[in-house]
Design a protein around this ligand. Structure first.
Ligand code: NDP
Ligand code: 2IT
Length: 453
């Protein structure tokens, strides 16, 4: 059997034993085929059945979460924690609260996390979790009740040396706080079992900003390696949550001009530049729709999702030099990629996890647009989570500058690891191949060294 046939066989196996898990299939398809240059030259990985092993989580925990809403009625949601790989360290990865969450989504995110975490060069394994709980429209009391119930089961499976969750979509410092409080109540221990904590109770400076800042640091390295500077570049950013907001903040710091942001209801196009203060007030403080932003700036355009021709996303249809998809999976498709190309886009730098569809990626890479895959370019969040774990272990708190310098240097190292690996495999600048092979090789070599466990 050739390596390519072997890969196809493993993918058939995934389809058979995890039916309906489309996003997981999409993520594993991308990773496995990109590994062929390595698999063709080194037979140890297929001889040791690494592919068959790495696509199966070490453990998947699915549980019921009962909680009381404000009317005293019992509500029920599904909770998940997929502990994918502990090869390089304790399981590490975020928790997502969104109505679209199911096992396939959590498995795709956990699978990506294995390689992302390996790329950071830090000692962290891969995991993901969450719930189909919808935080939208819930009172603060309901959010707290849900988080407490969720943790009442999750606490049995996590620990500072075993599994350390963090935030993701729908989970920020407020939710981490309620979950941390419940963990402490149940165990009586003040432990660094979550990251993204508040700064007064064990959180790290820069963790909140880290994914967005890191994404821009990554883009800067990628552009510089191509003799392009980030200064004065017009940037289209999607999303208006944690990653998008701090991407926009860092873009301004670097002299670039972010002109868009979006949420699930619409897109803002503000040609003179997104007003960061308004954006933070609308999204971080008031948790409103971006319509509220448009009401405060009559020189911006608001394009509701319902008004946009189906098949594409308004945010990718404005002139820009760099695109930062920073909302959710599959939010940039072939129609969008064509539009970006037409508008002269130089780089697509993924801030979200798997935001570009396979067809979009194919078009982008075949038409000379630089492409930074999320597992490399958005790794700044989890890397800073590991810095939080380090600080917790030594009961220290580092300054903002100290953490930011470390983050910047980690992003540079991740870029060069992926870039140099692409050179090693004779596809210079193909960071999908570079990042996947570099991450995989580290995990796979360690799996072989640790034996068949
Ligand atoms: P937030 O919950 O803070 O923000 C998510 C943003 O994306 C919101 O603007 C939300 O709009 C929008 N969005 C979410 N789901 C959808 C959807 N199905 N359709 C349209 N818009 C949607 O999450 P984050 O900013 O933390 O996460 C964004 C992305 O970055 C995710 O892919 C996440 O996995 C990834 N990521 C996050 C990291 C982190 O540290 N937080 C680290 C690495 C990656 P609305 O407000 O209307 O819901
Ligand atoms: O996708 C991700 O890398 C995250 N949501 C952050 C995970 C973490 O443990 O900080």
């Amino acid at each position: 059997m050739t390596p390519s046939e072997h890969v196809q066989e493993v993918l058939n196996y995934i389809k058979e034993c995890s039916p309906g898990q489309d996003e997981f299939y999409q993520a594993s398809h991308e990773v496995m085929f990109s590994l062929l240059p390595l698999l063709n030259e080194d037979s140890r990985y297929l001889d040791n059945n690494i592919l068959e092993r790495i696509v199966v989580p070490e453990r998947s925990i699915i549980f019921r979460v009962n909680w009381l809403d404000d009317n005293g009625k019992v509500q029920t949601n599904l909770g998940y924690r997929v502990q994918f790989s502990s090869t390089l360290g304790p399981y590490k990865g975020g928790l997502r609260f969104h109505p679209s969450v199911n096992l396939g989504i959590i498995k795709f995110l956990g699978f990506e996390q294995i390689f992302k975490n390996a790329l950071t060069g830090l000692q962290i394994g891969g995991a993901k979790g969450g719930s189909n709980f919808d935080p939208k429209g819930k009172s603060d009391n309901e959010i707290m009740k849900f988080c407490q119930s969720f943790m009442s089961e999750l606490y049995k499976h996590i620990g500072k040396h075993t599994d350390v969750p963090a935030g993701d979509i729908g989970v920020g410092v407020r939710e981490i706080g309620y979950m941390f409080g419940q963990y402490k109540k149940l165990t009586g221990e003040f432990d660094g079992i979550l990251t993204g904590k508040g700064l007064n109770w064990g959180g790290s400076k820069v963790r909140k900003e880290a994914t967005g800042y890191g994404s821009v640091y990554f883009a800067e390295n990628f552009l510089n390696a191509n003799d392009i500077t980030i200064k004065d570049k017009i940037c289209s950013v999607s999303g208006s949550g944690n990653v998008a907001i701090y991407t926009i903040e860092k873009l301004y710091d670097m002299g670039a001009l972010p002109v868009t942001c979006s949420d699930s209801r619409g897109t803002i196009y503000h040609k003179k530049g997104i007003d960061l203060q308004t954006l933070k007030a609308v999204k971080e403080i008031n948790q409103e729709s971006l319509e509220a932003y448009a009401q405060l700036h009559n020189d911006c355009q608001y394009i509701p999702v319902s008004k946009y021709p189906t098949g594409g996303h308004a945010v990718w249809h404005v002139p820009c030099d760099i695109a930062f998809p920073s909302a959710t999976q599959n939010e940039l498709n072939l129609i969008d990629a064509r539009e970006l190309f037409k508008n002269g886009c130089l780089l697509v730098n993924e801030g979200a996890n798997m935001p570009s569809t396979p067809e979009a990626i194919e078009f982008i890479t075949q038409n000379g647009i630089l492409f930074a895959p999320g597992k490399a370019s958005n790794a700044g969040g989890v890397a800073t989570s590991q810095l939080e774990m380090s600080q917790n272990a030594s009961m220290a708190q580092w300054s903002f500058e100290e953490v930011d310098i470390k983050l910047r240097s980690i992003m540079r190292d991740i870029f060069y690891t992926a870039y140099n690996t692409s050179i090693e495999f004779e596809c210079k600048g193909d960071l999908i191949t570079g990042a996947n092979i570099a991450g995989f090789r580290k995990v796979a070599d360690s799996m072989i060294e640790q034996g068949a466990v």
